[in-house]
Every structure is written in C-alpha cells, then in structure tokens.
Design a binder for this molecule. Structure first.
Ligand code: PMP
Length: 456
C-alpha cells in the first residue's frame, strides 16, 4: 500500500465467497481511529502497511472486526507456516504462562533444553549446535560474528570480508543491513564497512549469467582477493523476488568456500520450516551450509529465532560471551515446540510441496495471458510474479502495487516486498492452505491483473 494512502474510505465491490467477505468501504470507516492513532504515535517509517486492522486470524484466513474476511497469502509476512492462531500453539503458550515461568534470561530451563534438542534433531550432521535468539536480524549479526572470528583465526585481520548478494535482505540492524544488497536501505550508515560486498544473485532472469565465474569475476572487480573472504551469506531464495539460484552454482560455491576456508551461511529466516516444500531451503541445492539462520516460521507466532551450525564454529567464543536477554524465553520456546510438532505431524512440508506444484502451474498459465508478467518463480508455498513493462525487462513497481492493492480490496491479503523487488507480487500463504483456496486466490489475482492492465 503506498505511503501516501489517504485514510479516506472509498466504496469497493461487495465480495462474498467461502473464503472471502468484503462488506464495507475500504479502509473500513470504523478502523480509522486506530489507523490515525498509529499514524500519530508511531514513527513515519512504519507507514505504508495495508490498512487492514486484524482482529482474528485462523488457518489461512484473517478477519477484521467489521465483518470482512480475507484469504491470506502473506502469512503475516512468512511467519505463520503452521497456520494462523493455531489452538495447539495457543494452548502451549497458555500452559507455559500459567505455570508462572515467564522468563529466565541467564538461568537454564527445561523447556529451553527440550527445544534445542528438538530443533537440532531436524538438522543433518554436522549441523548440531544451536543458539536461540529473538529476531532474524540478530541471527545474521551472530553469523557474521562467527564468520569474522573464524576468519581471524584462519587468515588474520585481512580475512574479514563477508560476501552477500545484490537485492538480498538480511535485516535492519547495523551489520545485517550491511550484509543486505539494497543500497538505498544502507544510505544512513554513512561510511560502509568495506568488509561487506555484494555480488549479483544468479536468478536466471534479472541476472542472466548464472555461471559461478560471475561470482569470482565480481570479487576481482571489487578488489577483493578470495583469501580475504571469511564468509558468504545467502538467502536460500531471495526474499524479495522468491528466486532460487541454480544448484550447480551453489555446489561450486560450496567447494569454493571450502578451498578458501570461508564459511557458507544460508539465511533461512524466510525459507525454513517447510516454506519451500522441503524443511530447509538448502535441500534444493543438495549441499550443506556451515551455519544457518532461522526466524519467522520457527514459532508461527511469538518472537524467537536461532542460528544452527557446525559445533567447532558455534563453539568459537568463550563460555559466557554469548547472551541475549530474551534468548530461550520459556513462553516463546513453548510456542516453537508446538509449532514444529504441527509442521512435522501434519505433513505441512509435504503439503507445501504439493500445493506449490499446483500454484506454479496456475501462475505460469497467468504469465501466458499477461505480457506484463516477465518472470514467475518460486518453490513450495513461496512464489514471485515479476511485473515488467511489456516486451522489456524493466520492473513495473506501480503495476505490482496496484495489483496487490486491488487483491486486498477483493479479500486476498498480500503485501509488496521492499526495495528493487517491489515489482514482485509475492505469494506466501500458510502451509495449511488447500487447493480449493489456492485456486480461488489465483482467480482473484487474474481478475486484478485483468482489471488493472485494462485501466479499470
Ligand atoms: N533474513 C531474511 C531472509 C529476512 O527475510 C528477514 C526479515 N524479513 C530477516 C533476515 C530479518 O529478520 P527480523 O525482521 O526478524 O529481524
């Protein structure tokens, strides 16, 4: 939704189906006091959220307090992999809260131990040590710290360069923002650390050259010797565009990192916990990272995140030197445990793969109808539909925004990615979604494309 969206309600067509119900103007007149209060007290940088005031969310649906109901294709921005408002998660949170153990900080708890064991059990050898944290940005900060600490030991002060990818998003804190690949988001930093550089992401569309040679050539162009690299961090799919790299590229990257004694870090904050049709995004590449970062879908609810990796790396720092106040908060641990059990026991990873195949077929059919769609990509239940000027590879951010806004008005909840991927219509429903609901959502998306491209 654009920043300059006025809070003036306008009439939108009535919608009433099994999954969607839109029965008020938009934004809802009764929601204006809430929106205005947020506008008055929150910083301007929080503006731009779709003006849908959530009242209740269950499964793959969201309700407001005024009779409207959305089919959700956002998962609250990739959080609710197990579905919104799951009773099992709410019960686990309630039981933990009722036990009167709400926080422990630097004291151990049984539930923290149980969660660490459970999460590590989901990982292949040798990725068997974990550090629980609170946000995705924090996990990236820690991964960078491990890579730099490792670099110092392996090659001295010169070995401190972190390579990441253009258009990447790794968070908004000082380090994670520098690992990101969206220059406009880093302007505030003033003097960027030369120890962070970005190379093109080999998505095969925006970057046609998917050879690994592009990686080494770009390093040379940036004046970085391979021996200076202490780590390479990559989203297993690019969060903005939903694009994956070719497996051969990643396998070569793995050998290159081994040869240079550089760590390979997969940021799975978006991709983990079944999103891509496999438990971990890196499974699509048939290779393993040294470290991986998790957040979002880890609990489908409360704030918790983690870094998991090879023990000799995770153990680089001395006892007592890693901490964070809300690390392993017992209520968050209870939520994550219940969430992981739901994802595993209900076969949600398999559902993600199955539904993903259906979704991609529908999206490719959509692309065949609209020359404004340049590129359709994704796996499992994450997909990106890139809007372009017909016949050109020029991003059309306005079209993507208009399509998303129209879908929201029609009862299909979505959001626009930040930065250069703003031309992407991103699709990421809860992993519990059914084929019937996906079909309806695709029909709404097609309607929106038809109306907007016809100028309606
Ligand atoms: N890494 C990736 C891939 C992300 O998508 C995000 C958040 N969108 C982050 C890191 C940062 O996570 P958080 O917002 O929890 O700090």
């Amino acid at each position: 939704m654009p920043d300059d969206l006025s809070f003036t309600p306008r009439a939108v067509p009535r919608v009433e189906t099994a999954y969607r119900r839109i029965v008020t103007p938009f934004p809802v007149p009764e929601s204006l006091p809430i929106l205005q209060k947020l506008h008055q007290y929150e910083l301007r940088a929080m503006a731009g959220q779709p003006p849908v005031v959530w009242d209740r969310a269950e499964g793959f649906q969201v309700w407001d307090a005024w009779g409207n109901q959305w089919l959700d294709w956002s998962s609250g921005v990739l959080i609710t992999n197990a579905g919104h408002g799951r009773q099992e998660i709410a019960d686990a949170i309630t039981a933990q809260a009722q036990s009167h153990l709400l926080t422990t900080y630097c004291f151990p708890s049984a539930i923290r131990a149980e969660l660490c064991e459970r999460l590590v059990s989901l990982m292949p050898e040798p990725l068997k040590k974990i550090f629980l944290l609170t946000t995705g940005s924090e996990t990236v900060e820690f991964a960078v710290k491990v890579a730099r600490t490792h670099g110092l030991a392996a090659g001295g002060r010169q070995k401190n360069v972190i390579v990441s990818f253009e258009k990447a998003f790794h968070g908004r804190t000082l380090g994670s923002q520098q690992a990101g690949g969206i220059p406009a988001l880093k302007e505030w930093i003033g003097h960027l650390d030369p120890g962070f550089i970005q190379v093109p992401f080999p998505d095969g569309y925006w970057t046609e050259d998917t050879s690994f040679e592009l990686f080494t050539r770009t390093l040379a162009e940036r004046g970085v010797a391979p021996s200076q690299v202490c780590g390479v961090i990559m989203e297993t799919y690019q969060g903005g565009t939903a694009a994956f790299a070719p497996p051969a590229y990643i396998q070569t990257l793995r050998s290159w990192c081994d040869g240079q004694k550089a760590l390979l870090i997969f940021d799975e904050v978006q991709a983990g916990f079944g999103r891509t049709g496999t438990m971990w995004g890196f499974e699509h590449y048939d290779t393993l990272p040294d470290l991986t970062t998790w957040g979002k879908g880890i609990s489908s609810s409360l704030p918790i995140a983690a870094v998991v990796g090879r023990p000799e790396l995770m153990d680089l720092h001395a006892p007592g030197s890693a901490s964070s106040t809300h690390t392993g908060n017992p209520v968050c641990c209870a939520a994550a445990l219940a969430n992981v059990n739901l994802i595993v026991n209900e076969g949600l990873v398999e559902n993600s793969a199955r539904m993903g195949r259906f979704l991609m077929t529908e999206l490719h059919a959509l692309k065949a109808r609209f020359p404004q769609i340049g590129f359709v990509t994704g796996k499992g239940l994450v997909a990106g539909v890139a809007c372009v000027l017909p016949g050109h590879k020029q991003p059309d951010t306005e079209l993507a925004k208009a399509v998303v806004t129209r879908c929201v008005e029609k009862g299909l909840l979505m959001f626009n990615p930040v930065g250069p991927a703003g031309c992407t219509v991103k699709i990421c429903p809860p992993l519990t979604i059914t084929e019937d609901a996906l079909r309806e959502g695709c029909a709404v998306l097609a309607e929106a494309f038809t109306e907007i491209t016809a100028g309606n």
